[in-house]
Design a protein around this ligand. Structure first.
Ligand code: ARG
Length: 464
């Protein structure tokens, strides 16, 4: 004869205990214990609601609330013993509650299921994490905008195809990064709005026969409203996917910034200096200062994109309503939160200390014939068709390459053979300063525009 199941929470109909390996294989407490605070807050709200509608007496409710708070204190003090046999955070907490307050603890689970419970816990958790991530993003943006304002006049080469294209200001480049992050912020914000809907009350899948007051529970937990459909409530993981997609975009952006910082700190570019405390040395090459932080952030984008694929695949083809598959949502979400938060923190700490090597940036801009377009525009303004101007400038650049001179370093006598339209006033447009200052419109790289754009960017942060 087999021994009956030892699981008190659901073992009633079982005639044998769970296989030891299966118990371990199916348990989630190893990772979902991290949700304890949200699980207990959800239970406190649920028990309060049961008390309000009369499913629990006020005395029962108060015993449960005190017991839950005591369990929370034990966990926080590190004296709580987590048990794999109790499968998950929910049953660990419930068992501890019952051990503390006796049989009345068993009434907590009235009118709910672990299915709506976990759907609620993970939303509460992610909502908190989103608030933290949005604060970190704001901190990073603040640093970027301050640096941009400070470097509004700093000239560097702008690139297309990683070939020197036209001079830009360093501040303008930094504000381009800020625009990426501005969109990222609004995606996180958007994700929070759609996520902040309460599944509790859906119970296992169909709702419950008790006279629950879902609005009351939603208000206690700070949700905008209770969810509309019980089947959808326990099975929906869109919010996890949306978060993961928004996180992936942030990481993609951070990887682009990282790549530029890695290039710029190289001896070949030598555009910026990162503080030593964000770099490491080499155990064999004494001259090395490696930009580890940007490199690692660039590398971490891989696992975060991977989590997005995991979550999408996890949900693909799942029939309604809850399936055990959904337990697999936790680890990708946790890992995304942890790594994204680390990357944002590292960047927010580092960015204010990026130092521009202004002379290097400027001489790189000169070396690349970055004012060639300005010479073409100059000729066009004097009446030459753009295609002809393009050709004249192409020939002047070829001459410069042969003689090792930038356009601004040639004499009028050297330039005029390419076109007699070129006059003395050409040198105003051939300087780097003249080139950037001429792009003086909304969204342009002129220092005055960059300063104004930084002001607007700051004002947007203040409105958050
Ligand atoms: N550990 C489960 C999860 O993470 C909790 C819900 C379990 N529900 C169930 N009926 N087995 O999704």
């Amino acid at each position: 004869m087999s021994t009956p199941s030892t699981n008190v929470q659901w073992g009633g109909r079982f005639s044998e205990s769970t296989d030891a390996f299966v118990a371990e294989f199916t348990a989630s407490v190893g990772f979902d214990r991290r949700l304890y605070r949200y699980d207990i807050e959800g239970s406190i709200a649920h028990a309060s609601m049961l008390g309000k509608v009369g499913v629990l007496t006020h005395d029962e409710r108060d015993q449960i609330l005190d017991g839950l708070k005591a369990v929370m204190a034990d966990i926080e003090a590190g004296t709580f013993e987590w048990s794999v046999a109790l499968e998950d955070v929910h049953m660990n907490v419930e068992k501890a509650l019952t051990d503390k307050i006796g049989p009345v603890g068993k009434k907590l689970h009235t009118g709910r299921s672990r299915n709506d419970q976990i759907a609620t816990d993970i939303r509460l958790y992610l909502r908190d994490e989103l608030d933290h991530l949005m604060a970190e993003l704001t901190r990073l943006q603040t640093g970027l905008i301050d640096l941009a304002a400070q470097e509004a006049d700093t000239i560097m080469p702008g690139f297309t195809h990683l070939q020197t294209a036209q001079p830009v200001t360093f501040g303008h480049h930094l504000l381009a990064w800020n625009e990426m992050l501005e969109r990222d912020f609004s995606r996180l914000h958007d994700c929070r709005v759609r996520m902040n809907v309460m599944p509790l009350g859906a119970a296992a899948l169909a709702g419950t026969t008790y006279p629950i007051d879902r609005q009351f529970t939603a208000d206690l937990l700070g949700f905008d409203r209770p969810s509309e459909n019980s089947l959808d409530s326990v099975s929906d993981r869109d919010f996890a996917i949306e978060f993961s997609a928004a996180a992936s975009l942030i990481m993609m952006h951070l990887s682009r910034m990282s790549e530029e910082l890695v290039l710029w700190t190289s001896a070949q570019f030598n555009f910026v200096e990162l503080p030593d405390r964000f770099c490491t040395g080499s155990s064999i090459m004494p001259q090395k200062k490696n930009p580890d932080v940007p490199e690692l952030v660039r590398g971490k984008s891989g696992r975060i994109f991977g989590h997005l694929m995991s979550l999408l695949t996890l949900m693909k083809s799942q029939p309604l309503a809850y399936n055990k598959d959904n337990q697999e949502d936790k680890e990708p979400v946790f890992d995304t939160v942890d790594n994204l938060s680390g990357c944002l923190r590292a960047f927010a700490d580092m960015v204010p200390f990026i130092e521009a090597n202004r002379d290097s940036m400027k001489s790189a801009a000169i070396r690349g014939y970055s004012t060639a377009t300005d010479l073409a525009d100059y000729l066009v303004k004097k009446g030459m068709p753009f295609r002809d101007a393009h050709d004249v400038v192409g020939k002047s650049v070829a001459y410069g390459l042969q003689t090792g001179k930038d356009l601004s370093e040639m004499t009028l006598a050297e330039l005029q053979p390419f076109s007699d339209t070129i006059g003395d006033d050409v040198f105003e447009v051939l300087t780097l300063e003249g080139s950037v200052a001429a792009r003086d419109h909304l969204g342009g790289t002129a220092p005055a525009q960059v300063k104004a754009a930084a002001e607007r960017a700051r004002a947007r942060l203040e409105e958050r």
